[in-house]
Write a protein that binds this ligand. Structure first.
Ligand code: ATP
Ligand code: MG
Ligand code: FE
Length: 352
């Protein structure tokens, strides 16, 4: 099926068009620059930017795919989770488009969309089930057990406080580096020693593991970096930015990879899929590939343009739902900022 997907859960206005498992276009307009001076995504600013970017993005995606609105078999949209106001813009647009064109509408889960991104990865074998998925971005840090993309996704664990990307952004700020912090910390860490400072690995003590084996926490790590910086200032010594950046990054990467591979081992699943904007981190990819190989786990990493928020992954998930016989969503859905990952599709019509 030819599907147009709309993604507006955070600061990317993503419009993607797929034909089945083939990617035709993937237009992404980001309002990141507008959030830079606030050091994080401002919901109202993001929602407004979506409103402005939607129509031109849809036009651009159609032109690039070489198709017209009338050719579409379905429209897909992210219903949640994400920022409520931002989601509402996409949901409203998708409903309007589907009703005006008289096309079926599929309202889907953003996190499951991140997994669906893998399907569009050209020239690769189809995703095998079950698989463990680690999704890390500015808004989420989730470990999932995927038994079937369209029917069975289980949340194993998630962050109890900051998302991993958010931790990069906050620590960059502590080091007086600009937003977004991920790429800045990466750059600063190049000349640093990852073992210079032993920063805490959240929820990794035996006592924590009993209850939070697959959960993450990055606020203690952020506080530890803040204390380190304060101590340098109190002592009148220059903050060793490269060492702090490298050591902080190592702590985040270590805990992400350790917990993801623990899930693979515990559940006997020798496959790990990575997704989300933090996957841009070279060190994270290297450590994941290295330790997974040692553990006999194969790792899949979609290209970065499909790892960050985008509309193509939303269209791809809808195309899979259609192929597996799911009915379209009724219009009885809205933006759901806390949509659980188990709700892969929202408001599926009941056939009688
Ligand atoms: P969502 O959470 O809804 O997926 P988002 O906009 O918060 O959306 P992305 O756009 O996928 O997330 O990713 C942005 C985040 O990724 C930012 O927090 C940024 O600091 C982080 N990031 C980007 N590049 C890197 C990198 N090289 N290393 C670590 N983090 C990175
Ligand atoms: Mg983003
Ligand atoms: Fe996302």
């Amino acid at each position: 099926p030819l599907v147009l997907g709309i993604e507006t859960s955070c600061d990317e206005t993503g419009i993607g068009i797929v034909r089945g498992r083939t990617l035709l276009s993937n237009t992404i307009a980001s309002s990141m620059d507008e959030h830079a001076r606030y050091g994080g995504v401002v919901p109202e600013v993001a929602a407004r930017a979506h409103l402005e970017a939607l129509q031109p993005s849809i036009d651009a995606a159609l032109a690039e795919a070489g198709v017209g609105l009338a050719d579409l078999d379905a429209v897909a949209v992210t219903s949640g989770p994400g920022l409520a106001g931002a989601l509402m813009v996409g949901v409203g647009a998708a409903k309007g488009l589907a009703v005006a064109l008289d096309k079926p509408l599929y309202a889907v889960n953003h996190l499951v969309g991140h997994i669906a991104a893998d399907i569009l990865t050209a020239d690769s074998e189809p995703l095998e089930y079950p698989t463990i998925a680690l999704l890390v971005s500015g808004g989420h840090t989730s470990l999932l057990h995927v038994r079937d993309l369209t029917t069975d996704v289980e949340l194993l664990g998630e962050t109890m406080d900051d998302a991993a990307g958010e931790a990069f952004d906050k620590v960059a700020r502590l080091l007086s580096l600009p937003y977004p912090g991920g790429p800045e910390i990466d750059r600063a860490a190049v000349d640093g020693d990852p073992n210079a400072i032993r920063f805490p690995r959240g929820l990794s003590r035996a006592s924590d593991l009993a209850k939070h084996r697959y959960d993450f926490s990055f606020s203690g790590l952020k506080t530890a970096v803040a204390r380190w910086v304060e101590k340098c200032e109190a002592d009148g010594v220059e903050v060793p930015v490269a060492d702090v950046a490298a050591s902080f990054r190592e702590a985040v990467v270590d805990v992400l990879v350790t917990k993801a591979l623990a899930a693979c081992a515990d559940l006997g699943v020798p496959r790990l899929l990575l997704g989300g904007g933090v996957i841009a981190n070279r060190r994270l990819r290297d450590v994941a590939l290295e330790r997974a190989a040692a553990a006999g786990v194969t790792v899949r990493i979609p290209p970065l343009s499909l790892c960050t928020d985008n509309g193509a992954m939303i269209a791809a998930l809808a195309a899979e739902l259609i192929s597996s016989g799911k009915q379209p969503s009724t219009l009885a859905f809205g933006a759901d900022s806390t949509l659980p990952v188990t709700e892969i599709q929202v408001a599926e019509a009941v056939t009688v």
